[in-house]
Design a protein around this ligand. Structure first.
Ligand code: SF4
Ligand code: FE
Length: 483
């Protein structure tokens, strides 16, 4: 298994067109816009070598019996699913941000189970191909970008009815040696610092959209791929200095990119679905539920940092003993632990799929993610309330360091006498950046927008069974009657 430093070195070999703010970036590893995200992903590698917590991040391959990173593992018990959540909370606590590697982890698990079931029913041989791919990923400890989201164009139209057929990624040519694909995957977390891109369809497809029912994997430096990196709140601060970034080492959230596929060739041995539209819904449901499981892990870790930041800010300004501050801190902890409880629950209730791989309880996993779309905003609101308007209005680090006005900044933003002003400045900047719009919007739309969770929740809710519970108690004999 690679160390964090070896992972960073491995990215230097990965040459491909990456664009940011209108320029092509030759060396993403040394560029300040990308480096914090790379550092955060590197922690997933370093944790595997940690003498105390390494067991969370490592396990044994069920394919080869070799030690592997958990991020390349296929879940084979409910305990595996629980450990995943604990791993993510641990990493969220260490980085205070998104460490990105879970998207590929979930993609590998989703494709594993669905290819098995597809082969069983359709007589295809996708699973065997996928096992070879998985062994390669495990052996080389690679980071995989699980790429599901298509640009989607006009949401009221199906893939084949779009004004431009490329709004959904699709097969444009089938050859003896492989397929050629065209389209894009939008806003892919960790795309710039992943070795591989594992593509999955974005929605359940109809027979008319069979060309869009495609899953495959390509190395990130495959010809025809172009990466266009997204902006983030305060991103130009990375080129200015350290303190104003808040979390200079690990940055804000995942670092998303649009990946354009322009006539990309994929050899058959890397194709895991090609035209089997009937399995697209299953693949989306598996990936989405595995990914929604995570949010009570990683976001709870991030919330732990925010609770700590709110408490520290209160101490630095002398308000930490006020009853309303303690009440707000209590509320923050309660919200964070509720998120965690949901993710642990969907994992503990995990069940085996036909391949023997374990799948989370989808109702509870979707509930975990839907809670995140609200609770992280509420946690941010509470930390803003506790820390005060300073977090959004402080002068710059340059002013703090200025030989003439710096002493004014230090004097008039001083809190309690025992704490250096710069410490207060730093904690305010951490809160500002951790609750800036990029971080919050990720909690809303990462792993799918809230409506996607509501649809899955209602689908899983079994209203008829609940109706029977009520009608039995109410003494209504015919539970089948309908208006
Ligand atoms: Fe992983 Fe997504 Fe959480 Fe980022 S936001 S740490 S990719 S689960
Ligand atoms: Fe995400």
């Amino acid at each position: 298994m690679m160390t964090g430093q070896e992972y960073i070195e491995s990215l230097k070999q990965l040459k491909r067109p990456v664009y940011y703010r209108g320029r092509i970036i030759e060396d993403v590893v040394e560029h300040p816009a990308f480096r914090p995200h790379i550092n955060a992903a590197a922690v997933t590698y370093d944790l595997a070598h940690d003498p105390e917590q390494g067991s969370l991040a490592t396990t044994t391959s069920h394919l080869t019996g070799q030690p592997i990173s958990r991020f390349t593992h296929i879940h084979h018990s409910a305990q595996d699913l629980v450990t995943k959540v604990k791993l993510m909370r641990t990493l969220g606590r260490q980085t205070g941000t998104c460490f990105q590697r879970c998207v590929g982890f979930d993609g590998l698990n989703a494709v594993y189970g669905v290819t098995f079931e597809m082969d069983q029913k359709e007589g295809t041989n996708y699973h065997q191909r996928f096992l070879e791919y998985l062994k390669y990923i495990q052996a080389h400890d690679l980071m995989v970008d699980g790429a599901m989201t298509d640009p989607k164009g006009d949401r009221s139209r199906s893939p084949g009815q779009q004004a431009d057929p490329d709004f959904y990624l699709h097969v444009v040519e089938r050859r003896a040696d492989g397929i050629v694909v065209q389209g894009a995957k939008a806003q892919q977390t960790g795309a710039i610092n992943s070795h591989e891109v594992l593509v999955m369809p974005t929605a359940a497809m109809d027979p008319a959209d069979a060309d869009y029912a495609v899953s495959f994997a390509v190395p990130a430096n495959t010809p025809g791929l172009t990466f266009i990196f997204g902006r983030q709140a305060n991103d130009t601060r990375r080129e200015e200095g350290e303190i104003d970034q808040g979390n200079a080492q690990f940055g804000i959230m995942g670092g998303e990119a649009l990946i354009v596929f322009d006539n990309v060739f994929v050899p058959w041995e890397r194709v895991f679905m090609c035209g089997e539209y009937g399995y697209t819904g299953l693949l989306v449901e598996r990936f989405a539920s595995y990914h929604r499981q995570n949010y009570g892990g990683c976001k709870t870790g991030v919330a732990d940092v925010l609770v700590g930041a709110a408490y520290t800010a209160a101490q630095y300004q002398g308000t930490e003993r006020a009853a309303h501050i303690r009440d707000k801190l209590t509320e923050m902890v309660h919200l964070a632990e509720t998120l965690y409880a949901c993710s642990i629950a969907c994992s503990a209730e995990g069940r085996p799929t036909p391949s023997g791989q374990y799948f989370v309880d989808p109702l509870l996993a979707n509930t975990a993610k839907l809670n995140t779309t609200r609770f992280i905003y509420e946690i941010a609101r509470l930390v803003h309330d506790i820390a005060g308007g300073l977090i959004a209005t402080l002068p710059s680090e340059q002013d703090l360091r200025h030989p003439e006005i710096g002493p004014y900044v230090a004097k008039y933003f001083q809190g309690v006498a025992e704490v250096p002003m710069e410490h207060r400045f730093r904690i305010c900047r951490l809160i500002e950046n951790m609750t800036a719009n990029t971080a919050l919007v990720e909690s809303m739309h990462g792993a799918g927008s809230p409506q996607a969770q509501r649809i899955m929740i209602l689908r899983q809710a079994n209203l008829e069974e609940k109706k029977a519970l009520a009608t039995r108690l109410a003494g209504i004999p015919n539970t089948q009657e309908k208006p």
